[in-house]
Design a protein around this ligand. Structure first.
Ligand SMILES: *[C@@H]1O[C@H](CO)[C@@H](O)[C@H](O)[C@H]1NC(C)=O
Ligand SMILES: *[C@@H]1O[C@H](CO)[C@@H](O)[C@H](O)[C@H]1NC(C)=O
Ligand SMILES: *[C@@H]1O[C@H](CO)[C@@H](O)[C@H](O)[C@H]1NC(C)=O
Ligand SMILES: *[C@@H]1O[C@H](CO)[C@@H](O)[C@H](O)[C@H]1NC(C)=O
Length: 434
């Protein structure tokens, strides 16, 4: 995209005019929307975010083990390294609301709560960086954060500078206490520019469309020019209904939001709640599979000190993570839903591969059989003339070679998902299967 800007910036000689016009057209087609040009989030960011699991416990004398404090983040940083999270890609350790002191300091700067973050955020950032991780922080575009701590309205430049001086690597910018649409839009844009001006590489996470959509249809083309990822829908809860509602919203709006996602800018369906209390095993599989299908940021909100081995293995599943992190960066979408509540989704991957997800959304009865026709996947290209098929979830197994008229029979548990990957094979003769 930087190349596009250079081409546009230079006057063209006559002879070059046609090739340049063709190149620009190709660039427009390849990049339907220009992403924020900070070189970050070329694949969906991965990490840990405290909100869903730890909320706003600020009383460390009453609950020292779970309160929002530097201790909590240092423990999570240690575990992200020792338990292999960092090495599979979970890199951003992110603070959400409730880290601040109730007021700004005399210079107007945001400050962490002195009891809970006695060493300060810069020290915490040093610690996190020493572990090969990155630190995320939280602020709000309006007059207060959602939990009532100081908002950034009127202080965008100062707060961006403060975060950069502390060595922060990601900002989640919430949208509470913002009176008007105009202030919301201007606030998100101004903070984006302010972050850029600091010269520090800081991933910018927005909630702009979530707050805007109550008032008007968000302009995603514009949002992508300012944000690295953006929340569209309500906060995630540790419950199947919440996962279900998030997926339903995404399907309802997929014609408007899917094509906008790509390297540098992603739709954010909110945190992974795998490893907590509310989801059955099959529902955890479904969340992991669909966050991969949707090219969603993978931000876990769980307690890495207590997580069962199966949930951990699911979150660290390299084949699923590879789908999520596919460099092509195309978001998946639903193709059909049948009268038994079975949903078929596909996601184009690099190299002509496809991820295929089949979810049984029926919340009654037992496992249902689904016959996947390979003929129509990927507009008929996913398995033409042949393909190899790998099942990735709920368990990994090789489903062998198939041709374009094959059907795959899968068995899907209620609220569960089967995740597959097809890789097209051109050399049909050498396979001897056609
Ligand atoms: C700021 O934006 C410009 C393009 O507008 C980009 O080239 C530069 O890398 C950005 N800097 C940072 C620190 O994000
Ligand atoms: C913050 O509060 C002031 C004073 O009430 C108000 O004028 C301003 O519009 C508010 N800002 C936002 C972003 O809502
Ligand atoms: C959305 O934003 C883009 C980029 O700023 C602009 O070109 C386009 O006209 C906007 N679309 C609408 C419907 O306002
Ligand atoms: C998709 O965007 C178009 C154009 O802005 C709008 O008219 C339509 O209502 C949107 N669809 C949904 C489901 O939001």
């Amino acid at each position: 995209m930087a190349a596009g800007a250079n081409w546009r910036g230079k006057p063209n000689r006559g002879r070059l005019l046609v090739p340049v016009a063709v190149l620009l057209l190709l660039l427009e087609l390849a990049c339907p929307a220009n992403a924020l040009e900070n070189g970050l989030a070329l694949t969906p960011p991965m990490g840990w975010l405290h909100w869903e699991r730890f909320l706003c416990q600020t009383d460390c004398s009453q609950d020292p083990y779970r309160c929002i404090s530097e201790k909590l983040f240092m423990q999570m940083a240690d575990l992200m390294v020792s338990e292999g999270w960092r090495d599979v890609g979970y890199q951003y350790l992110c603070i959400d609301d409730c880290w601040m002191a109730p007021t700004r300091d005399e210079q107007g700067q945001l400050q962490p709560d002195p009891k809970r973050f006695p060493s300060g955020i810069a020290k915490l950032a040093d610690y996190v960086h020493s572990k090969g991780l990155k630190l995320g922080i939280y602020a709000d575009v309006g007059n207060k954060t959602c939990a009532g701590f100081p908002g950034s309205y009127g202080y965008y430049e100062l707060d961006a500078k403060t975060f950069a001086s502390w060595g922060v690597d990601l900002l989640k910018f919430d949208g509470c206490y913002c009176n008007t649409l105009n202030l919301l839009e201007e606030g998100y844009k101004t903070m984006s520019r302010a972050l850029n001006k600091t010269g520090r590489s800081i991933v910018y996470s927005c909630e702009w469309p979530l707050y805007e959509k109550f008032l008007q249809k968000p302009n995603y083309t514009e949002i992508k020019q300012y944000c690295n990822y953006w929340r569209n829908f309500a906060d995630i809860y540790d419950a199947w209904s919440s996962i279900r509602n998030t997926l339903d919203w995404t399907v309802l709006h997929q014609d408007n939001i899917t094509s906008i996602a790509g390297p540098g800018g992603w739709n954010d369906p909110d945190m992974l709640v795998i490893g907590n209390f509310g989801l059955s095993w099959d529902q955890q599989v479904t969340q992991m599979a669909f966050w991969a299908m949707m090219a969603a940021p993978l931000l876990m909100s769980n307690d890495l000190r207590h997580i069962n081995p199966a949930s951990k293995a699911l979150l660290q599943n390299k084949e699923v993570i590879a789908i999520n992190q596919d460099p092509l960066g195309k978001q998946g979408y639903r193709i059909t839903k049948d009268h038994n509540g079975l949903e078929l989704w596909e996601r184009p991957l690099s190299g002509g591969a496809y991820a295929i997800a089949i979810m049984n959304s029926q919340e009654i009865g037992g496992p249902q059989t689904y016959m996947v026709s390979l003929t129509f996947l990927g507009n008929g290209l996913a398995c033409n003339p042949a393909c190899s098929v790998q099942q990735i979830l709920p368990t990994s197994r090789n489903l062998g070679l198939h041709n374009w008229i094959s059907f795959l029979k899968v068995l899907v548990n209620p609220t569960g998902t089967v995740l597959l990957k097809t890789v097209v094979i051109e050399e049909k003769r050498s396979l001897g299967i056609l």
